[in-house]
Ligand binder design. Structure first.
Ligand SMILES: [Fe+2]
Length: 420
């Protein structure tokens, strides 16, 4: 029996199917463009290779083709008659996740990884800030993510994928020196690894190292295919730094060509969260944002995510609706929030509603409640510090400068004190 790059047995006797499967997995793990082609070719070489079908399903999810993904996973299960116990367990985790059974999928994944820690596609369902742990709504989920990658990392040695994933877990709890070392090693092995470029950017961001951060990304981005899944989000990182540098022309150029709806070809989750975020951060920085921009992103949110449920998306959708003055759409997030951190979404929605009405005291109360445990919303610290900066802004508007400074000192000590 043949083996994949991580030495897991795979049920195919075709060398060509194995090589194509490995290429597909590497594209998924590195966020490369066109993840589906190698899996489709592997299936052409051996249609009975179940994991080639489930790999295609994973690639289609990352290409935002959910119906195609479900069909591919069904086919994987159909042809799994000769699959190994590891492959059947792999398919079971995918099946639970596709069926929306998040809690059961997380349990099944953890059990699966005890026996098969080097099943990177399955482990990858929970790494990063958008994975099953990131979107679990659990209290202490940043520590949970660090525990998760800490347990897996020894099984991977000097592997470019795991180095980056563990680095992100470390970054999100403030272990920046260790995170930087691991992600630099990952980039040295595989420079084109887009998740490594992303995590490197987060380490720079958390350290407040704007100059090196924007320099790194502007150097790295041109070699990355625009169709790569991280392209739009990395563009948001550049735009954010450009805003911080005061180069608003550069910021709007990135937003208008790579971040906003109709410009980005990235995933809807990135389009809604990154666009709403950069518009609001531009306002916080004193920029005048054309109301048509808010209208546009609010309408996009309603269309792309008609139902509430993903708290990280919902928080940004609520922001967009509040700033666009669409009270009817906003009410859903205040009165009928659902999902893994619905209570935090409600606090955020109330805060943005209050901000839109210039009720600064009301916004202070709601933001303070949201910030008790905002990590439950999912997403990165860099994304969620929008909430801290919103609180600082409403405090300043009430003449409470000392309190605003204290908030930054407590929540963002590197920014306030330059402590490393
Ligand atoms: Fe990011």
């Amino acid at each position: 029996m043949l083996r994949d790059r991580y030495d897991n047995q795979i049920s195919t006797s075709s060398d060509a199917a194995r090589d194509l499967y490995i290429a597909g997995v590497d594209r998924v793990l590195s966020g490369a463009a066109d993840m589906t082609t190698p899996f489709k070719a592997a299936i052409d070489a051996d249609d009975s290779f179940a994991l080639a079908h489930s790999g295609l399903a994973r690639a289609l999810v990352l290409a935002n083709d959910m119906s195609g993904a479900k069909a591919a996973l069904s086919r994987a299960i159909e042809v799994s008659g000769g699959a190994t116990a590891r492959e059947l367990s792999h398919l079971n985790v995918m099946h639970l996740q596709f069926g929306g059974k998040a809690a059961e999928a997380l349990v099944a994944m953890n059990e699966h990884l005890v026996d098969h820690p080097r099943d990177a596609i399955i482990a990858g369902l929970s790494t990063g800030v958008f994975g099953m742990i990131g979107f679990s709504g659990h209290k202490g989920r940043e520590a949970e993510l660090l525990a998760f990658t800490s347990a897996l990392a020894p099984h991977y040695g000097d592997d470019w994928w795991m180095l980056t994933q563990h680095a992100f877990s470390l970054c999100e709890v403030g272990k920046l020196a260790e995170a930087g070392k691991l992600v630099d090693r990952s980039l040295a092995i595989k420079r084109e690894h887009s998740h490594a470029a992303h995590v490197r950017s987060h380490v720079y961001y958390e350290a407040g190292n704007l100059t090196d951060g924007i320099g790194f990304l502007e150097d790295w981005m041109p070699s990355y295919d625009r169709a790569g899944m991280m392209h739009g989000h990395l563009a948001w990182h550049v735009a954010l730094w450009a805003l911080e540098q005061g180069d608003t022309d550069k910021m709007w150029t990135w937003v208008d060509t790579e971040v906003k709806p109709d410009a980005s070809i990235g995933l809807p989750i990135n389009i809604i969260t990154d666009t709403a975020s950069i518009l609001y951060r531009a306002e916080l920085a004193g920029q005048t944002v054309d109301p048509a921009r808010w209208q546009h992103i609010s309408e996009y949110a309603s269309k792309a995510f008609p139902r509430v449920g993903n708290s990280f998306i919902d928080m940004h959708a609520a922001l967009a609706h509040a700033m666009a003055g669409r009270q009817d759409a906003l009410r859903d997030y205040i009165d009928a929030a659902k999902g893994f951190a619905a209570d935090v979404v409600q606090d955020c929605a109330r805060a943005f509603d209050a901000i839109a009405r210039q009720d600064w005291a009301g916004a202070t109360t709601a933001l303070s409640a949201a910030l008790v445990d905002d990590a439950r919303l999912g997403g990165s610290r860099a994304q969620r510090d929008l909430l801290e900066f919103s609180l600082v802004n409403v405090l300043l508007r009430q003449g409470k400068g000392e309190e605003a400074e204290r908030i930054i000192g407590l929540r963002r000590p590197l920014r306030a004190h330059g402590v490393h």
